[in-house]
Design a protein around this ligand. Sequence first.
Ligand code: AMP
Ligand code: TRP
Length: 336
Amino acid sequence: MPKQKHIVSGIQPTGSLNIGTYLGGIRNFIRLQETYADHHFFIFIADFHSITLPIEKKVLRKKTKELAALYLASGLKQENLSLFIQSEIAAHAEMNYLLQCFTYVGELERMTQYKDKSQKASEGIPSSLLTYPVLQAADILLYDAAYVPVGEDQKQHLELTRDIARRINNRYGEFFAVPEPLIPEVGARIMSLTDPVKKMSKSDQNEKSRVNLLDPDNIIRKRIMSAVTDSEPTIRFDPLNKPGLSNLLAMFAALEEVGVETIVSRYEDKDYKTLKEDLTERLIAEIAPIRERYHELVDSEELERIFDEGGKRARTLAERKVAKLKEKIGLGRKRK
Ligand code: AMP
Ligand code: TRP
């Protein structure tokens, strides 16, 4: 019997899930569940990753459930899925340590996300911020992921993961699957509504910069109608000169799952206001049902059960993989 292949991805329980994380992250998983129906999906709440920068205990707990409920509410199917919480599986931390022994400080210092985040750290840089991509590699390699769905910004971390996997394979013989990133083409990068040269981010202090999945309809309307555009009122896709407008077009295209030229030809004779109004309606149609289902799920027994079952399956695999690597390296007593 051919072994079932695995798809692995994590998302951090910080900030507010928004239309960028939805189009670039969550919805991608959902589509992939159809495309890769014969694969098993390990999707987890990356709470270990979230404590690399200070986070309030209450917020962390709340966001952990919120995120999982939003994934499920967005349409993630439970067949072929193990949804779990990273920190509930000790093997992630253990594998993280083992992989650190095969990763160079220079490689980590080159990561653009590290450079960005370490510059912003106010009271010294936690060492976990530097080793963050190693933990990510552990998350992926523990489950021998064939594919890892992520946004553009995670490409570099995936490259590092592949390097670490190959390094260990070269040294100990084929041990890890070398994972491929799966980066969506349309809407891979949704930009901020207030500063469209920056990525829409769930951690941006400015709430106006994004549409959150839990925003009520009137807020969604407000955010889109006041999104920054430009003063030359022609509708064309030109991210360099018209980043705000191009972002709205890209968002629309991603929602409709069509190429951006389809949206451009639909609106080229219309004004910005019409485009914004239609985009608002399209967004509300997408988000409102998700919000409703979310409220049913977030404090439910069903969610508890999903975490328990997902964690159980993931733990079994992860523990086995760590034990095998320790054996290869020569740690502990030889297994009989
Ligand atoms: P993060 O917010 O960094 O935890 O990202 C969660 C997932 O959504 C990752 O796959 C990101 O690459 C993706 N993502 C986050 N923000 C955006 C955005 N503005 N546009 C597209 N994808 C995004
Ligand atoms: N670093 C990822 C992000 O910020 C989240 C993440 C953690 C992840 N571990 C992962 C993504 C493993 C894919 C696979 O988006």
